[in-house]
Design a protein around this ligand. Structure first.
Ligand SMILES: *Cc1c(COP(=O)(O)O)cnc(C)c1O
Length: 365
């Protein structure tokens, strides 16, 4: 049996008509930027997350960068990010001229360890960026307490966690602002690049919108040296077609994850820990194995595609050599990069396929 790592086909078949209608609607209007679809999607997504404001932007990286820029974070400032995340989290900090400061995760939730944050704070620290990695919420209460105690901003990276909750409340509602990515493979994905910022702060929302539109508050009037990062009408229309299916797609991911959690039984494999404060949306199902590469090759040979998230931690990437970190600087992130394996997880994965994946993993010796 062949099991792909991810497939969009089941979702695309289910929404075939809605996606074609979305294209027709936009094409028939001949209006492609800053129009009715973007307005409506922003309203609907704000309601879905439970915030007052949503601003559509070009992608997830821009969403995070615009949040930091709107909060006034700049050169000379430091921002705390997890040592185990996709590189975009750190790049957002770099792009506003600030310095990313890494804090280690808890190994079996993969998310930032709140008990290690305070040691990384100094007089330059301006913000914390919790990343709800792989679709599981960070432990937000202690993070919010630390932010309050040291007067720090919080920008949530929700790029992998559309609809995930912490103590019953959706992620993206805790910080000063949050960034979402609608890259096609994300839980809510466009048919191209797209992203959004959400916030309850009107002033911040206005600033993010202006910054993403050449720093303009009204046509040909520029109050900031802004960027060009807008959610175009086609992508907004596709996202409007997909948003009503998001909860069902996430529930299906949870059903698959629960089977993996209950039925994978192999001493060589560590399953992710799900703390009871979160209902995850399983963007990625990450297992750990000391013989990760041998397991990956074995599964590949059995027709099962896997991935690594992420094979090189950010502090060891060439582009961040200026930070001066060597091997051993962040041992937990390094351990994850050496042992993590992501197994198939997507809407439409069949029961037979899930059974096959579990069976093959349990047979790994
Ligand atoms: C995907 C991702 C981003 C960036 O989103 P893009 O839309 O690809 O720019 C940021 N952070 C995390 C954790 C991501 O997974």
């Amino acid at each position: 049996m062949k099991v792909p790592f991810v497939s969009f086909v089941p979702m695309e078949n289910e929404l075939n008509e809605q996606l074609r209608d979305a294209f027709e609607r936009v094409f028939s209007r001949s209006w492609y930027i800053d129009g009715a679809e973007d307005d409506l999607f922003e309203k609907e997504f704000a309601i879905y997350i439970g915030v007052k404001y949503c601003i559509g932007v070009g992608n997830g990286l821009d969403a995070l960068m615009l949040c930091l820029k709107a909060l006034g974070i700049e050169e000379g400032d430091e921002v705390i990010v997890p040592s185990n995340t996709y590189i975009a989290t750190a790049l957002a900090v770099t792009y506003v001229g600030a310095k990313p400061v890494f804090v280690e995760p808890i190994i079996d939730t993969f998310n930032i360890d709140p008990s290690k944050i305070e040691a990384a704070i100094n007089e330059h620290t301006k913000a914390i960026m919790p990343v709800h990695l792989y679709g599981q919420a960070c432990d937000m209460d202690p993070i919010m307490d630390i932010a309050k105690k040291y007067d720090l901003k919080i920008v949530e990276d929700c790029a992998q966690a559309h609809g995930a909750t912490y103590k019953g409340r959706k992620v993206g509602t805790f910080g000063d602002a949050a960034g979402f990515s609608f890259y096609p493979g994300k839980n809510l994905g466009a048919l191209g690049d797209a992203g959004a910022v959400v916030t309850n702060n009107k002033e911040l929302a206005d600033k993010v919108r202006a910054l993403g539109n050449y720093g303009s508050d009204f046509k040909y009037h520029h109050i900031y040296k802004g960027n060009n990062s807008r959610l175009d009408e086609l992508q907004a229309a596709f996202l409007l077609a997909k948003l009503p299916l998001l909860d069902k797609m996430n529930a299906e991911r949870r059903r698959i994850a629960n089977r993996y959690l209950q039925e994978i039984k192999n001493d060589k494999i560590q399953l992710p820990l799900v703390p009871n404060y979160t209902v995850p949306v399983w963007h990625i199902f990450a297992i750990r194995c000391n013989e990760r590469d041998r397991l990956g090759a074995y599964l590949d040979n059995e027709g099962i595609c896997t991935n690594k998230h992420y094979p090189i931690p950010i502090h060891l990437q060439d582009c961040y050599s200026e930070l001066g970190y060597g091997m051993g600087a962040f041992p937990i992130a390094e351990e994850i990069s050496n042992t993590e394996l992501s197994i198939p997880m997507y809407y439409g994965l069949t029961n037979e396929e899930v059974t096959y994946v579990i069976d093959r993993i349990n047979s790994f010796k």
